[in-house]
Design a protein around this ligand. Sequence first.
Ligand code: FEO
Ligand code: CA
Ligand code: CA
Length: 694
Amino acid sequence: MTTTDERPGDARTSSTSRRLLPLLPMLGHTAGKRSPVTCHLKCADACFHEVPNRSENPTFKDVAETALTRRAVLLGAAAGAGALALAAQVGTAAPASAAARGGRLPFVPIAPVGAAVDDLVVPGGYTWAPIIRWGDPLFSEDDRFDPTTLTAELQERMLGYNADYLDILEHPNGRSAVLVNNHEYTNEAIMFPPATTPEQLAEQRWIGMAAHGMSVVELTRDRKREPWRYVVGAPLNRRITATTPFTVSGPAAGSPLLRTQDDPTGTLVLGTFNNCAGGTTPWGTVLSGEENFQGYFRAEGTPEQARYGLRPDPTTRGWEEVDPRFDARTPGYENEPNRFGWIVEVDPYDPTSTPVKHTMLGRFKHEGATVRIAASGHVVAYMGDDERFEYLYKFVSRDTYRKGDRHREHNKQLLSAGSLYVARFRGDSPVEEITGTGALPSDGMFDGTGEWLPLVLDGVSQVPGFTTDEVLVHTRLAADAVGATKMDRPEDVEPNPRTGRVYVACTNNTARGTGTNEGATEPNPRTRNRNGHVIELTEAGDDPTGTAFGWQILLLCGDPAANPYTYFAGFPPEAVSPISCPDNVAFDGDGTLWVSTDGAPGAIGYCDGLFKVPLEGPERGRVQQFLSVPTGAETCGPVIREQQDMVYVAVQHPGEDGTWGAQQSLFPDYGAEGTVTDDAWGGPRPSVVQVWRD
Ligand code: FEO
Ligand code: CA
Ligand code: CA
């Protein structure tokens, strides 16, 4: 076993402008948010196609009109009680000490950074360095990264592309840790020279499969509060790719809907891909969401498939040209797309374990899943389906969490049996006051109540006309049938470990109120929602296993200098950092919210970043920008360790709009001003980055 020396890269001093490439003109961003290249590669242009949700759920208006009386029934509140009274009734106040103590990690917010700047900017007094980059070897120092000679076999031994979900599982000694990272998708146009032969093209497709999935990597350092180095050849190092075997758990395991000619049992699936966000469980495993799986398959486009956006067109990556299972029109492979779109669970402490796909948590474009243990010991997982007009879900386990489960054998079964719910929201303001601009209604708040509608209870379908395995495989259709609320792309959904309140990042939805699509509703109050919002949800009685909740909008994002209809929990808009397209959420040890963004360049003209948002006391809603990622990139997987003055982020798709011959980023291998490091190869490398206080 060896540890890396200076690799990957030296420490970077904070906040110097490092424009190694000429400033680029603002590229043609899509109306909503991100660059057209990202739309094409990440989501298979989901936003350019018709919204897949054509369901005629009871409209939000129908539901809202009965809101006050229903709220009284649900929560035992007096009809007409004000929003604050309701929140007090169902909420749990944060411990006073949390607000009073404040976090460490003091910083002066950075100014927003123009969308074309190729730099990672951190506050004064902080320094950053990559921990590990795409192509860094996990198993042998002899594996040298060179995009011009890369093979699939080598890529399987290196960190994958486009770092997304991230956690750093620290050993109590503070000197060793395990890093777990998702690799959402690939951008072959900047990863490799253009293929000139069919053989080269085929190899690039297999390399692409090997660059998807997840990585597990051991870290080391000499002292707490120092930057980490990753360990080449460490025992827990592992790559999971688009061809790694997974078992299937839960009620739909073995279902005819999951069987193919290669797997007549419906219980053994090869690979995971488009892994977006995730969550670390209290028992030490990592959950990862399979998101835009539709972009990897050609399919007939049956009604069930169309509800997920599966189409007959050739795919962008053309994997169907090298492996017939990616063409679901091929006899024997019709069900292959049903084997993706799940939450997967990986045990990073057991490199020999077979990762699992959990059917009990439903099949949709899973952003991620985050877990809370209820007072009863039941496990609750919150999940968003990241597409325009899709839904918010939660799972409640049948069995209870067991402390001291040494090999995690009991706890690793918890996500295999239980109940699945989808959310219906009700607003408490008259529908005519929800104008679509974002102007607050007369009660001063976008807020109300809601209920978790059962799809499956204790393993039994609650949806008329659907068997249990049909609910779990065609979850979107089942949720349509019970009248779930159409949301503005719910991405990360995460409970605050200090208060239990749940934060829902609705990243944006520029289709709201257009054409025949649903218009503004109180929980999604802006038509053509470019900037997104964050909802704070409070489970009734602080019981996450229950079915009633209260909610309010915490942030209506945007640049207050350009948009009169932003909202920051009542904090003066002129005193916050502009923020757009909230995507991943995280909490520091004091329960302060941190939000990373994906899409700010197209919406407000600034690079994406990481933002701190206090939730308690007079600073509640004061958005402060901590860092900014390079041109083309989104900020992912924030991990905040304020006790150590350390922050970690995954920098995904830097330089996205470049080409092999005209790269737009050299991230992260910037050297001194105007130079590059010895390690630079001339293009960007998506990386996991650490930021520490000097
Ligand atoms: Fe992969 Fe929903 O972002
Ligand atoms: Ca209201
Ligand atoms: Ca995301």
